[in-house]
Write a protein that binds this ligand. Structure first.
Ligand SMILES: Cc1ncc(COP(=O)(O)O)c(C=O)c1O
Length: 725
């Protein structure tokens, strides 16, 4: 930031002139834009106008969603660019549909590339104009007067196409499929100004201006705007700004351009004496002291330090995080940076304390920094951190695992759950001599290529990549089946010579959605009947739902089991194991190659041994059950009291509150949950010191460190938050 540096160090503190010389970015394209700029000029500031084109927000999918729900009848869908095809596909995926959902519509493509993109997705293209122009399409599309066309709006030319079609008497619905960005050179200039600290403040006069500016700036918008004062015209604009991961410092309550300028002036008045307009640490040369107004927006936000750290992280780390869910994308806003954990609590960089129900997504079943585990790690570290040679610790841990989970006759340690499932499936394929893997739709088993496959266009067809970069050929070796549907499982096993059926015996990655009674037994019988191995991914459930995992709890024995999380006591670990004859294929005993520099790491093994010894003590699982029941029943009871449609599913110390009235028995049901409401619930709880997973489709985890006071505080917070949903 520039205040306090260079020629703009002398600040006129007189009334109405506090903005003298300030460079203030005005981001709105329409009405308020000019007026705000004039008012800023009147206040002595130097407005920098940046027209973010005023279009509907990019997430306005109403028309498309209506088409998907078939509540509205469309006859045509017109694609004007490959980008639009991609964008529509993303939306289909986001709502759990695929191109088949659009098959009742006739497709038109403005040119051969677009047509090719559609055909590559198995879609029939009914019309391509000659020549390949929007005008030709508008003129020649065989659209009857009674037909209704849907036009995903991909660029500024599209409204003209819509108008031309309407001029022919057609009914045309458009939706914004693609954010309009500014010409490249404009965005570059803006980025440079921000990066050089040449802008003192940025004003947002509408929610869409926040949206659009961030679209223009791209992934590092938060980083570029981290040290610039952000001023918003009112609370809804501030909310939109927060949803973009930015931190509003000035929020005008008057909701007028004048109000915005006044609030900005107030802010400048009160901050220049302290640390400059930016809130940066540069000393100013205008040390006029003045007490801070407790009511003003000058109070440092309670997430200010986290916001700074996030901005910095984004300079060097994709999205600022090392695992996507941590970025809060599913709930909006910016993540809290955590400084330390103790027991059931975590503390962020701004000193806020939270009751933690994430527990590193499961490993910390005895809470943060449990003294015995810390001591074990410290002790192990004094003897060295890794040898690349066997240690007795690995045997110690494998023996404990075998005692708790007898089906794991032989166990191989790896460094993550992803490695465990990937390796287990390699062994299953080697053992059966088959390639296809069947998995449950909505089940997550880590991010190896073969497991990042989603369902093809119909039930039990071969999978398609669920992420760019996954080869189609690899995804096509995976078949997804709906949870709790033995007929679908049988159909998949019958149709494909499957090597294995892999599932979380208590699915916890679509939220917790337990297997219905008989499903696991049925899966066991069917896999045997069709010669496939049954692989339980107990990365979450192992030592969590019971000491013996879900297989101990339900009495169903798989051929192979994958573990992770808890068995490393909070250090990176994974394991796979099972029938001796199957695991004997693993090198060096057998021909199936699998290895790891840090596999069986002594720190992780020590932490794991201590963890399992702690969990083997009497009463542990009864305690977890008790706290978990109190929490989940309490949440549901309060939701009911506030007439919030909610459904809770829980197995032992994992559970999920879905914002949907009906029971959730599979992925489709889970996705029916009102995720926008979850996002509001999440933020309300976060503000009240309760840290839930920043995504609906995760579990709420409880540890032995959670006490009645934590549960009670959580329920009190929920009681308040439910009144706001
Ligand atoms: C059931 C399940 N399997 C596998 C994995 C992947 O484990 P990791 O993140 O350690 O690679 C996860 C991660 O959350 C999981 O929940």
């Amino acid at each position: 930031m520039t205040i306090g540096q260079g020629e703009r160090t002398s600040i006129d503190m007189g009334a109405g002139r506090t903005l003298a010389g300030r460079r203030v970015l005005v981001t709105r394209a329409r009405a308020r834009h000019g007026r705000l700029a004039d008012l800023l000029r009147g206040a002595g500031a130097a407005p920098v106008l940046f027209p973010t084109i005023s279009i509907a927000p990019a997430d306005d999918y109403t028309a498309l969603d209506r088409a998907l729900g078939m509540t509205e009848r469309y006859d045509w869908i017109i694609f004007t660019s490959v980008n639009t095809v991609t964008y529509v596909e993303e939306r289909l995926r986001a709502v759990g549909r695929d191109w088949a959902a659009l098959s009742p519509l006739k497709m038109a493509a403005v040119g051969p590339k677009v047509a090719e993109a559609l055909r590559g997705r198995g879609v029939t293209v009914a019309f391509v104009p000659e020549p390949y122009t929007g005008a030709a399409l508008a003129a020649a599309l065989p659209l009857r007067a009674d037909e209704h066309a849907l036009l995903p709006q991909a660029d500024l030319a599209t409204p003209e196409l819509a108008e031309a079609l309407r001029a022919r008497g057609a009914r045309v619905a458009t939706f914004v499929a693609y954010r309009t960005t500014l010409p490249h050179h404009d965005a570059t200039a803006l980025r440079r100004m921000l990066a050089m600290g040449e802008l003192d403040a940025v004003t947002f006069a509408s929610p869409s201006s926040a949206h659009n500016l961030c679209a223009v700036l791209g992934d590092d918008a938060a980083a570029l705007l981290a040290t610039t004062v952000i001023a918003c015209i009112g609370p809804s604009t501030a909310a939109a700004v927060r949803a973009e991961g930015l931190r509003p410092m000035v929020v005008a309550s008057a909701h007028t351009a004048e109000g915005l300028i006044e609030a900005l002036e107030d802010y400048v008045m009160s901050t220049t004496s302290q640390d400059g307009l930016s809130g940066s640490s540069h000393p100013t040369e205008s040390p006029t002291e003045g007490p801070r107004d407790a009511e003003s927006p000058l109070e440092r936000a309670r997430d200010a330090r986290s916001a700074e750290l996030f901005a910095e992280a984004q300079r060097y780390i994709p999205g600022g995080v090392d695992s996507p869910v941590r970025a809060f994308k599913a709930v909006g806003g910016a993540p809290r940076f955590i400084e330390r954990g103790a027991g059931a609590h975590i503390y962020d960089a701004d000193g806020n304390r939270y009751v933690d129900y994430v527990l590193s997504y499961g490993p910390l079943i005895t809470g943060h920094a449990q003294p015995e585990i810390v001591a074990a790690i410290q002790d192990a570290a004094t003897r060295g951190t890794s040898y690349g040679a066997p240690t007795r610790l690995e045997t110690e841990l494998a023996r404990r695992i075998n005692a708790a989970v007898p089906s794991m006759e032989l166990t191989r340690f790896v460094s993550s759950g992803t490695e465990a499932t990937m390796s287990a499936l390699r062994v299953a394929r080697a053992y059966t001599g088959r390639d296809v893997i069947v998995k449950v739709e909505g089940g997550y088993h880590g991010h190896s290529d073969g497991l990042l496959a989603r369902a093809g266009s119909a039930a039990t067809t071969l999978g398609v990549p669920d992420s760019p970069g996954v080869p189609a050929a690899v995804a096509a070796t995976t078949v997804n089946v709906p949870l709790n549907n033995l007929d679908a499982l049988e159909a998949a096993l019958r149709t494909y010579e499957a090597a294995a059926f892999i599932l979380e015996p208590v699915p916890a990655n679509m939220g917790v959605v337990p297997a219905t009674p008989g499903y696991l037994e049925g899966a066991r019988a069917l896999t045997e009947q069709y010669g496939a191995l049954l692989v339980f991914d107990e990365v979450i459930t192992g030592f969590r739902v019971a000491y013996g995992g879900a297989q101990g709890l339900y009495g169903v024995t798989p051929d192979l089991t994958c573990l992770g999380k808890i068995i490393g006591g909070g250090l990176p670990v994974g394991a796979y194991g099972g029938r001796r004859d199957v695991m004997s294929l693993v090198a060096p005993l057998g021909p199936v190659y699998q290895a790891g520099t840090l596999s069986g790491n002594p720190l992780a093994m020590s932490a794991g041994v201590t963890m399992l010894d702690t969990l083997a003590k009497p009463g542990v699982y009864a305690y977890l059950e008790d706290k978990s029941r109190a929490l989940h029943e309490g949440l549901l009871e309060r939701a009911r009291r506030h007439a919030i449609a909610a459904y809770g599913a829980r197995v032992g110390s994992i559970g999920t509150l879905f914002f949907t009235p009906g029971p959730v028995t599979d992925y489709t049901g889970a996705r029916a949950s009102d995720t926008a409401r979850y996002a509001r619930f999440f933020h309300g709880m976060l503000e009240r010191g309760v840290y839930l997973a920043p995504a609906q489709f995760e579990a709420v985890f409880i540890s032995t460190a959670h006490g009645d006071d934590d549960v009670e505080a959580t329920l009190r917070a929920a009681d308040e938050v439910f009144t706001t949903l």
